[in-house]
Write a protein that binds this ligand. Structure first.
Ligand code: 5GP
Length: 116
């Protein structure tokens, strides 16, 4: 599968669609999910186009993962979470809906247990 430049996150990176930015550096952007699964749900994306982990350059992943870790820790503190889910989907069959590589950082709360 190839990368389609018209995906929503590519438009966010080009400034064509607004987002609530929480972190940015030369290679990475993090912003709030527009339909959060919990209070503080973030998305972390590389600026270089990749459809998902399967076609990503390992060098991109090696820059991205420490930032995901840093933002997960920050989200845990900032949103007073009891735990953090970090998820990432590859292709529609696996639940991916936006085809630009992204990691979800989802704060979790004991008062709102996950359904089995
Ligand atoms: P996926 O299912 O591909 O892993 O998740 C895509 C995520 O992108 C979903 O959680 C969805 O709520 C989020 N999303 C879709 N469109 C937009 C948008 O325009 N802005 C933001 N901030 N998030 C979006």
């Amino acid at each position: 599968m190839s990368y389609d430049d018209n995906n929503i996150f590519a438009k966010i990176l080009r400034g064509e669609i607004p987002c609530h930015r929480v972190y940015e550096d030369a290679d990475t952007l993090a912003f709030m999910d527009v339909m959060p699964q919990s209070n503080g749900h973030l998305l972390v994306i590389p600026k270089i186009p990749s459809r998902n982990v399967l076609d990503a350059d390992p060098a991109v992943l090696s820059k991205l993962i420490p930032i995901v870790q840093k933002l997960a820790k920050a989200a845990q503190d900032a949103f007073e979470a009891d735990g953090i889910t970090i998820t990432q989907f590859n292709e529609a069959a696996a639940g991916q809906t936006v085809f630009h590589l992204h990691f979800h950082i989802i704060p979790r709360y004991e008062a709102q247990p996950l359904k089995p």
